[in-house]
Structures are given as structure tokens and as C-alpha cells.
Design a protein around this ligand. Structure first.
Ligand code: FA5
Length: 340
């Protein structure tokens, strides 16, 4: 075989081997290329080596030298390709890709501050022995008014103060029977109707009133109702429970004060205030459950007594976190919400 022809053959072999190795997209493809070019038995380099036998004797040194250089070039190309694949670089992968860079973070949602507050209040009251009861947001007038000792002519039933449902077309003389509940005191009745005493529950949920939204009012807000009925439950138990609750939620020793008030379903009734950050702040309404209410649900007022309270959840959360406008909770502005 002529030297020139042999040298051309080797040159062609290097070109093809390099391109085959660098095209290999994974280790399996590279191994197939390695066998084709560098295979010990039938590899193309091996075949080229065999061709050297046919080279004229004087040309043999040059043929041998070029063969060795060819072998080294092909082996080096193979090493380079196998390092590239081992470090994660596939055939088409951008060589500027840096697998060690931090990825783009997902935006993770969080619970609404009022939901977080509700969970915390349940937790605190749970430690004081109160279990959680639930009731519907669409209520009948018996549970929202009648059983709570709020008679038909009472101003609290005024259509201007309540969201009544399905009144249209019923006629002036037909009283609406359903409304969006205006207080969580409805759940007191539902629990006592179905559970014999003793009862020690809280109920947290939405209530609805046609109040104009301002910094401290919203037409939909949340209340926490508390009810404890047993033998010999007194006002001082009420004060203790509210003080322990406030101390736990706000931190530090919180003082409580009662101001005389009126609710049709409690007697006596009070507005409860707590002292915090050098100020007396309104907490919510409370009182001893009126005997008429106990009778209405089939309890004997001679045997059991109890207290009830109803607190505004948003107002509590606002105090604790220094929120000055209740409307912030319901604007859905992520910049506000993500602070909690
Ligand atoms: C009641 O709703 C009584 N059911 C509370 C009660 C329960 C008394 C058991 C006795 C026994 P009142 O209407 O005051 O009471 O509301 C209680 C609390 O809800 C208020 O102190 C206030 O914190 C909150 N609140 C009332 N209206 C709004 C409103 N529009 N927006 C936000 N919070 C409100």
C-alpha cells in the first residue's frame, strides 16, 4: 500500500472519530463510538494498524510515527467526550449552563392573618378546656333572634341592621325567615339544643352586618363566641377566662374590666375591656346566660348557670399586630398579607 494513501486514511479516521465522539449524547452512544474506532478486535484503528504491514519498508518509520499520533489524537478525543458527559453536559446542552447556581424560588402561599388568628385562638381556648363548635352562616330567625330572647319588635331585628334573605316578592306582611347570621351567638343555641349540660365551647366564624366599612368596621367580620354552662359557673369565672385568654394572646399580664351593658340573651351583661399598652381597649360583649335562653333550649336555670362572650377577631388581631385599618385584611394586597 502506498504511504500517501495510508496517511490519508489515518487523517480521515481522526476526523470521523472526533466528530463521532463529540456527537455522542450519552454514555451509551459514546461507548458505541469507542468500540467502532478504538475496539481492540475490530476497531477501525486496529484495521489501520493491520494495513501498515503492506507499506513499503522505507516508508514504514513515517507510517508508524503517523499511526501513533493518530492513535493518541483519537484517544484524547474520546477522553474529552467522556469527561463532558460525566460532568452532565449532553450533546446539545449550552456550555454556559451552571448546575451549581441556585434555582428560581417558588412563591409559597401562606394562611390569611385572620385564619392564623383563628387557629391561635382555638389553641389558647383549647388549653382552657373549650372545644370547638360550628354553625351555619345562613341562619333562621329562631337561632339568630328568637331563642336568644330577641323578640319580634326588638330593634336588633331591623332590616337596616341585618342581611335578610329572600324577602323580595313575599309581601309586606310576610316576615323574612332567613338571614346571614349577624353574630356567632347563634351557635350557643345550636349547641345547647343538642347537648345536655355541662357545655364548654367556643365557635369562630364569619358574621354579616350592613355596617359601612371604616377603619374599625367591616360588613363581614369574624367573631369568637364562648359558652360555659355548668353548675355554679359565675361572673368571676368569666372574668378569669377572659383575663387568661387576653394574657395568653397579647402576652404579659393583661387586666380586665367590665362595664355594665345590655344584651337580650345575657343578664347581667357587660362590655369587657382589657388594659394593654397603657390603654383600655374594648374586647367584646359578655354576660351570664339569661334564664329565658336556658329554658328555651330545655335547660333548668335552677340547676345550671353559665356565661357567654362574643369577641371581634379582626379587632384582636389588629391590636396585637398594630394594624390600624380593618380594611387592610380584605384588600388582598399581597404586600400587606405576606407580613404575617
Ligand atoms: C355581639 O355581637 C354579641 N353577640 C356578643 C355577646 C356574645 C354578648 C355573648 C353577650 C354574650 P357586639 O355587637 O358588641 O356583640 O359585637 C361584638 C364584637 O364584634 C365587638 O366588640 C367588636 O369587636 C366586633 N364588631 C362588631 N361590629 C363589627 C364590625 N362591623 N366590624 C368588625 N368588628 C365588629
Amino acid at each position: 500500500m502506498a504511504l500517501q494513501e495510508f496517511l490519508q486514511e489515518l487523517d480521515q479516521l481522526v476526523t470521523e472519530a472526533k466528530s463521532s465522539f463529540s456527537d455522542a449524547a450519552d454514555m451509551d452512544a459514546l461507548e458505541a463510538s469507542r468500540i467502532e474506532f478504538l475496539g481492540a478486535k475490530n476497531g477501525r484503528l486496529k484495521s489501520a494498524q493491520k494495513m501498515m504491514g503492506g507499506i513499503d519498508k522505507p516508508d514504514k518509520p513515517e507510517a508508524g510515527k503517523t499511526f501513533n499520533a493518530t492513535k493518541q489524537a483519537i484517544e484524547a478525543a474520546f477522553e474529552e467526550a467522556s469527561e463532558r458527559l460525566a460532568s452532565g453536559g449532553g450533546g446539545d446542552v449550552d456550555s454556559t449552563f451552571d448546575a451549581s447556581l441556585p434555582g428560581s424560588a417558588f412563591r409559597i402561599g401562606r394562611l390569611h392573618p385572620i385564619t392564623q388568628t383563628i387557629e391561635e385562638l382555638k389553641d389558647i381556648m383549647g388549653r382552657l378546656g373549650f372545644s370547638v363548635a360550628d354553625g351555619p352562616e345562613i341562619e333562621d330567625i329562631r337561632h339568630n333572634f328568637e331563642a336568644l330572647n330577641i323578640p319580634n319588635e326588638h330593634p336588633a331585628r331591623d332590616p337596616l341592621d341585618n342581611f335578610y334573605l329572600a324577602t323580595a316578592g313575599l309581601g309586606d306582611d310576610v316576615l323574612p325567615q332567613w338571614l346571614m347570621r349577624s353574630q356567632t351567638s347563634t351557635v350557643q343555641i345550636r349547641v345547647m339544643e343538642t347537648t345536655p349540660p355541662p357545655v364548654r365551647i367556643i365557635s369562630l366564624g364569619r358574621v354579616y352586618r350592613p355596617d359601612t366599612a371604616d377603619a374599625t368596621h367591616y360588613p363581614m367580620f369574624h367573631q369568637m363566641e364562648g359558652l360555659w354552662i355548668d353548675e355554679n359557673v359565675t361572673m368571676s369565672d368569666l372574668k378569669t377566662v377572659l383575663r387568661l385568654f387576653a394574657t395568653s394572646y397579647l402576652g404579659g399580664d393583661v387586666s380586665i374590666r367590665f362595664r355594665p351593658s345590655f344584651f337580650p340573651f345575657t343578664e347581667p351583661s357587660v362590655e369587657a375591656d382589657y388594659y394593654w399598652n397603657d390603654q383600655w381597649i374594648e374586647f367584646g360583649g359578655a354576660g351570664m346566660v339569661d334564664p329565658n335562653v336556658l329554658k328555651e333550649v330545655g335547660y333548668d336555670p335552677e340547676e345550671v348557670t353559665g356565661f357567654a362572650f362574643g369577641l371581634g377577631v379582626e379587632r384582636l388581631c389588629m391590636r396585637r399586630h398594630g394594624v390600624t385599618d380593618i380594611r387592610e385584611f380584605y384588600k388582598n394586597d399581597v404586600r400587606f398579607l405576606e407580613q404575617f
